[in-house]
Design a protein around this ligand. Structure first.
Ligand code: ZN
Length: 244
């Protein structure tokens, strides 16, 4: 089985289309939440994801906030402004589909589970060692895929927990062994925050036990122009160019 793994699209249609163009063939898509928020194309991004022939999609905190399933009180003023804008843009059909997305974690197969934030809490951020250990302990599968931080990261737990990548690279390859447990963030499609502005996604071949995180350039200027034209805060356009 081959999976396309995408997370944190954040209504960035240019980035999403670049990922689809670069991904090549795969069997099933895994979409780890935050389809909307920050970017200017929430409805088009939802349509693209809904049109995927085979996909499992879970919700992120921005998807919840945009559909009033969660309050925006923990969002900073930029995120809050973008959420309120997004809510006003969503068609009734998009709104309903987004509101119906399941919470993570969701087990995909005997090897893989997906979550937006962490397997113990869909809204939690995995940043430090303690978060990583807690997530590995909570994971129901040997490979737990997460998003939410917008920073690619890969951890392997055998006897001890090791950071195994990815570093700044065009393609990061991770060969999964039979014994270890893995916790992997494949990065953000639509709003990278690791200083690399290119869109991030991953391909997983469960037969070969091979996972590859890929970075792909996209038309940042077009996405920025739409954000500005929509009346969204300009800083949301600027950050796309620096990957922060
Ligand atoms: Zn996000």
């Amino acid at each position: 089985m081959t999976y396309l793994i995408i997370s944190d699209i954040h209504a960035n249609l240019e980035a999403l289309d670049a990922v689809f163009a670069a991904a090549g063939p795969y069997d099933h898509a895994l979409v780890l939440g935050d389809l909307v928020g920050y970017g200017a194309d929430p409805n088009d991004v939802i349509q693209r994801v809904r049109a995927l022939p085979s996909a499992t999609c879970i919700r992120g905190n921005h998807d919840k906030a945009a559909t009033h399933l969660a309050s925006v009180e923990h969002f900073n003023h930029l995120a809050r402004f973008a959420i309120e804008w997004t809510t006003a843009q969503l068609t009734p059909d998009s709104h309903q589909w987004l509101a119906d997305l399941p919470a993570g974690p969701v087990a995909i197969d005997p090897l893989v589970e997906i979550c937006h934030g962490a397997p113990f809490d869909e809204d939690a951020y995995i940043f430090d060692d303690l978060d990583v250990r807690r997530a590995l302990a909570a994971a129901s599968r040997r490979l737990c895929l997460f998003g939410h931080t917008h920073v690619p990261a890969a951890f392997r737990q055998a006897e001890h927990v090791h950071t195994v990548g990815p570093g700044r690279t065009d393609r990061f390859h991770l060969q999964l062994d039979e014994e270890s447990h893995y916790l992997v963030n494949c990065g953000a499609v639509g709003q990278p925050r690791d200083g690399d502005p290119r869109a991030a996604f991953a391909l997983l071949d469960t037969f070969e036990r091979a996972l590859t995180i890929v970075r792909v350039p996209y038309d940042v200027a077009a996405a920025q122009a739409k954000i500005v034209a929509a009346g969204l805060p300009e800083v949301l356009a600027h950050r796309l160019a620096i990957g922060r």
